[in-house]
Design a protein around this ligand. Structure first.
Ligand SMILES: [Zn+2]
Length: 130
């Protein structure tokens, strides 16, 4: 977050105010398990209330997604992209042989959380392709 973006509309002050970015933690339940994620919160400099900053929300969603993958040991979108970009025919045929077709891969690339099983397969393939 750069300083240029540090002014936005505060719904409490009903005007444009400057804000600061604070780190905070949220708890989220995913599939019956409670996780703690680090997120960024924008705090209004004038009233001290939380502000909803559009870009920040997206950043937090992405960040929570990445943290969840790390905790659960799931493969990241960046890693799946890397694997696909090798365009290794062997890799592609292993993927479909192992039950991960192109449609599934494109769903994963668009952000769907891969299953633990698929994640392990993809991680192994990435290791093999290095
Ligand atoms: Zn305010």
């Amino acid at each position: 977050m750069t300083k240029i973006n540090s002014i936005d509309f505060c719904t409490h002050c009903r005007k444009e105010t400057s804000y600061r970015i604070c780190k905070s933690k949220i708890q989220k339940e995913i599939k019956g398990k409670t996780y703690e994620f680090n997120i960024k919160t924008a705090i209004c400099d004038e009233c001290g209330n939380k502000m909803d900053i559009l870009g920040l929300l997206d950043e937090n969603i992405k960040s929570v997604d990445e943290q969840y993958r790390k905790i659960e040991g799931l493969v990241s979108i960046a890693d799946i992209k890397k694997l696909i970009n090798t365009k290794n025919i062997e890799t592609c045929s292993s993927l479909s042989e192992l039950g991960i077709d192109e449609k599934t891969i494109s769903r994963y690339l668009s952000g769907q959380m891969p299953s633990k099983e698929h994640s392990e397969i993809i991680k192994n393939l990435i290791q093999d392709s290095i």
